[in-house]
Design a protein around this ligand. Sequence first.
Ligand code: ATP
Length: 494
Amino acid sequence: MTKNNLLKSLINFNAAETSCKNVSADYDLVINSLDCLEDCYFSIVDATGKIIFVSKDFEKIDGYKISDILGKNVLDVYKLGKQNSVHVRSIAEKKVLKNTKLRYTSASGQPVDLVMDIYPVFSGREVIGSFAISRDTSKIQALTDKVFQLQKALYNQLQRTNNNGTQFCFDDIIGSGEAMQSVINTAKKMACSESRIMILGETGTGKELFAQSIHNNSSRAKEPFIAVNCSAIPDTLLESILFGTNKGAFTGAEDKAGLFEEAKNGTLFLDELNSMSIVLQSKLLRALETNRIRRVGGNKEIPVNPRIISAMNIDPKEAIETEKLRSDFYYRLAVITLECPPLRNRKEDIITLSWFYINKYNKILGRKINEISEEVIQILENYNWPGNVRELSHCIEHAMNIVDPTDTSLLVQHLPAFLQDKILKNNILPITVPKINDYKQIMLQVEKDLLTQALKRNTGNINQTAKELNLSRQCLYYKLKRLDIDIQHEIYIE
Ligand SMILES: Nc1ncnc2c1ncn2[C@@H]1O[C@H](COP(=O)(O)OP(=O)(O)OP(=O)(O)O)[C@@H](O)[C@H]1O
């Protein structure tokens, strides 16, 4: 049976079914127009299983050349038993097989996921062949797999979050340098005690990460961990959030437990404690002294038992001196203190952290970065990271969005513009203060760094440097001489 005869039967069969008798067509045109369908091919075999026709996309999907398989039997081409060939089954059973899913390896070794609809072709009562529409669902399958993986990761994360309100434990803290290891060891010891902890450190240094890890390493791990950011909530609300409310306290107030009660025997983490008003500090102090709270509008004292971990991102001494913080309140909470060092003081961890975030975004964004250029390493290690690990993570996230999916190296042009600008123009001031206590010597070093960098920016040009610093030429010369700065030195002519 020729292809056209088979097609004619096929169309006549359908025409009979649809009572549309006068069908005439250019069969090749009809069949080839199916090629406009993406990731899909059309195939016809005769009653013996011999392949009579396949449309163009077949080569792309199956990896065979059409000319190599035409005229051959499907069972031989795919090395299948009769039961495993859907074409042969459809002919033998005289049945339409819809939505048949197949997974196999193509001639070029790629895994292929196909969904096939196979129709037997009749001439009268006799089956004279079958035709199939095969849709390549490999891409959709890969996407579905990815969605499934992401869902699973999210579910795991939520499970951890839902268990006790935390996401992190000590294993999640990155930092193999001496400074971080020492903080981790201290924090692990603190986890074994019941004393109140004050965690100090600049923004983004990992204070909450430590608070959660301590909770998860403590005997209270199965109880809730509840965090409240004192700077994010207006003072009047913060009181009712912490202590709860009793009905009638103010319009709309209901009987509601506060966070002290909700934390039960777990941990209550008071973040940015320094933002709390002095009035609320006094009320809280009373609760801390008695381990009892009174709901807003209530008159009953309720015993409470969470362990309190607090955090501050400013110097407590300064806050006490400027009367933003009550000293008795501070010392009630800072029974033991933990200091999270800023990133610029533990440069040895910067690249390890960068790799952590690169690998994270390689997975999330489907990137392939496996190298950080020397220049980028220099930049990352020399920037002073005022936003600490949070800022570094955002910087890498930015870079990973900019790299092309085929890039394997993280380069300067991928970094956020402010980092490229500042560093490439030598416009930042990583002032290297010597570890000495002599104020005069420190100031001399600071002045020297400042002038050296201004000279670098102006490629050693005295007039321009003096203008930028708003100094006279003579004054600049005098300072350079006093600080022993050699203006002929090649570093200024970069
Ligand atoms: N050592 C570290 N290892 C891994 N991730 C870290 C580390 N330090 C901080 N991070 C990450 O940096 C981000 C900021 O950390 P965290 O919120 O704990 O900082 P913080 O000091 O509490 O900041 P803030 O004072 O602004 O509340 C988080 O995503 C955290 O997971």
